[in-house]
Design a protein around this ligand. Sequence first.
Ligand code: COA
Length: 147
Amino acid sequence: MTNSLITPVGTEAVAGLLEIENQCFRNPWSKHHFTSAINSPQMHVWVYQQKISMAGYIVLYIIEDVLVIANLAVSPDHRRKGIGEDLLNYGLDLGRNQGCGSSILDVRQSNTTAVSLYKKANYIIIGNNKGYYKNPYEDSYVMGRKI
Ligand SMILES: CC(C)(COP(=O)(O)OP(=O)(O)OC[C@H]1O[C@@H](n2cnc3c(N)ncnc32)[C@H](O)[C@@H]1OP(=O)(O)O)[C@@H](O)C(=O)NCCC(=O)NCCS
């Protein structure tokens, strides 16, 4: 896509991240969650910048050789343009380049949109975490794939 860029961000991006986060989730990450993620040497926060606006982001970290997708969201104004897929593929490339052999994530069982995105990216359901989500209480699917 022209005039767009996936780039790591610093704490100056937290307000923009929160704006999208609050539009996307009923139990959103707080300012503290994003600040901690950005300041953590283990975590990667990448933003999809389109012209002057932030269109979406992905937050991930690596444990041993496993890439964990911790958060992924696209602003409602920018959906269905392949941005979620681009961010996910960007994360998978990063994991691959850092020697990861697999990737996992949790997703709300009712979040059919995200489940569909992950299935398209070759993740499969490998388990569930009971009561993983609050507000509303819900089990997650644990999804994973080799990378
Ligand atoms: C899930 C989300 C990140 C997808 O972002 P997006 O940029 O709109 O997705 P893309 O355009 O890259 O779509 C890629 C694939 O995802 C799936 N998908 C995306 N939106 C969908 C929808 N409304 N209904 C069904 N499938 C959908 C499709 O498989 C799609 O492939 P296709 O276009 O070939 O059909 C976005 O809807 C979002 O931010 N949702 C709220 C936050 C969230 O649920 N995050 C995931 C937490 S685990």
